[in-house]
Write a protein that binds this ligand. Sequence first.
Ligand SMILES: [Ca+2]
Ligand SMILES: [Ca+2]
Length: 141
Amino acid sequence: MTRSTVTILLILSFGLMSCDLEEKIDEAIIDVSGKVTHDGSAVSGAVVLLVEGTDVSDGLSLANGSITDNSGKFTILDVQEGVYYLLAIDDTNGNLEFDEDTDRLGFHGINPEGLDLDPDPITVSDSDVENVDVTSLYSLN
Ligand SMILES: [Ca+2]
Ligand SMILES: [Ca+2]
């Protein structure tokens, strides 16, 4: 084996190892994803947060939330293990705070038409959680 062949083999095997490593890192990072809709229409630009309880008060900070895209989809990256509720807020005045008077909100697991008004908790353990959808936004007023 020539020296250059050895070098190429080393580069190749390093390449394979780093691919493997990336996959392991990807597996270790847990994402929560879903879609926000209201009356069947996608809600874009909504702020989505994982919260520990279902009480939402005026002035709640939305700064750490993810934002839905044009099709209402969102992904919350790098979530720690735990039990959460998923809250979506349509921050109509764009101040990154929840305002009872103007901003609508919705929880995953609520379906007013089916008379289900209880948010469903999401358990995050060692794999990604998908299809955590919010299908209805409402106003507290
Ligand atoms: Ca607001
Ligand atoms: Ca429910």
